[in-house]
Design a binder for this molecule. Structure first.
Ligand code: PMP
Length: 366
């Protein structure tokens, strides 16, 4: 049986490390949920127990992020990628246009899907510098007549993260926060719709959290051909139970929410995340042997991307790190080098171990 001591340090970008107490509780109750006598995997989504899980998870999300009462919290299938289509299908008039802020691979994918639905204007793109920065507010070319503005608060592949919420005046703001959801305090009221695939910071793969303003749901594009399952209003009217929801993923996410609340909520986890990232970036900057991909003012707290002096050394680094119990450090091919994902549940001891490994590697290979 796997124990805590048999676990490697998992730097993967997602699915990613989950809090150990969450895994242990899920393991303890997996075969028979106390008081129910069956597994969470086996019970009806319409039964009292699961209904309670869903309601409590929503309540905990509302507490954690201070979600205003006039926003719905939805639990949807299809991954964050389906949101790239659902957002424009529901909110982009077919003869209208939306503004997209392009800061990396994930916002590029969102643009690709939106273009299939209606007009897209690129309010900013960081492509020329291989997405090593996010724009300042003044760099954004925003259209006051846009149906919405879409941005990605943290680009998982490139490792750049917004440190502010773009101001868009009266134009609704949509945010893909898949890789930094609930990693720091979040002002929901500055956004009209927020979504995140759970499998990085908040749970396992299979469920997407959508937080959306009621008022906007009422202003959806009237498209009678829109498939029911792609209609936010149907999911909202049915409290995410129009069809069978991803029950197990929601249950685990509920445990993660409890864990986050128990360690001081978003300010608590933010302090931990800042400490972890600062320690690693300090090592990257220490001698110049390692080079960070992102510009300093927009370095991601979640995905730390860095290069070594050559591709050969990068391959050696990844191989030797894995052998030393530091798993999942190889970066995405579009950036190259290394990527250390330091999501909420990633332990501080893992950062210490990586820093030590980096120092030893540099002295042997520098
Ligand atoms: N957006 C971002 C920022 C992501 O990091 C990812 C996944 N890595 C996605 C969207 C797509 O998520 P999914 O695989 O759940 O469709």
């Amino acid at each position: 049986m796997a124990t805590a001591t048999a676990r490697v340090f998992n730097f993967a970008a997602g699915p990613a490390v989950l809090p150990l107490p969450v895994l242990e509780e899920a393991q303890r109750d997996l075969v028979s949920m106390p008081g129910v006598g069956m597994s969470i995997l086996e019970m009806s989504h319409r039964g009292k127990f699961f209904e309670g899980v869903l309601q409590q998870t929503e309540a905990d999300i509302r507490t954690l992020a201070g979600v205003p009462d006039d926003y719905k919290v939805l639990f949807l299938p299809g991954g964050a990628s389906l949101q790239f289509s659902m957002v424009p299908l529901n909110f982009l008039p077919r003869d209208g246009s939306a503004d997209y802020i392009v800061t990396g691979a994930w916002s590029q994918k969102a643009v690709k899907e939106a273009k299939k639905v209606g007009g897209v204007k690129i309010a900013y793109t960081g492509e020329a510098a291989n997405f090593n920065q996010v724009p300042a507010q003044g760099d954004l070319k925003l259209d006051p007549a846009a149906a919405f503005v879409s941005f990605t608060s943290n680009e998982t592949i490139h490792g750049v993260e917004f440190k502010y919420v773009p101001q868009t005046g009266n134009v609704p703001l949509v945010c893909d926060t898949s890789s930094d959801m609930f990693s720091r305090p979040l002002d929901v009221s500055k956004h009209t719709l927020i979504y995140a695939g759970a499998q990085k910071n908040i749970g396992p793969a299979g469920v997407v959290v959508v937080i959306v303003k009621d008022e906007w749901l009422k202003k959806r594009v009237d498209d009678p051909k829109l498939p029911t399952m792609l209609n936010y209003a149907i999911h909202a009217e049915n409290t995410s139970m129009y069809n069978t929801p991803p029950c197990f993923a929601i249950y685990i996410m509920g445990l993660v929410m409890k864990w986050l609340l128990s360690i001081g909520g978003l300010p608590g986890i933010h302090a931990i995340n800042e400490r972890k990232a600062a320690r690693l970036y300090a090592e990257i900057d220490r001698t110049g042997y390692y080079k960070g991909h992102a510009q300093k003012d927009c370095r991601s707290l979640m995905n730390v991307t860095f290069r070594l002096p050559s591709e050969e050394l990068e391959a050696k680094f990844a191989k030797e790190a894995k052998a030393a119990g530091l798993d999942g450090l190889k970066g995405h091919r579009s950036v190259g080098g290394m990527r250390a994902s330091l999501y909420n549940a990633f332990p501080e001891a893992g950062v210490d171990a990586l820093v030590q490994f980096m120092q030893e590697f540099e002295s042997k290979n520098g």
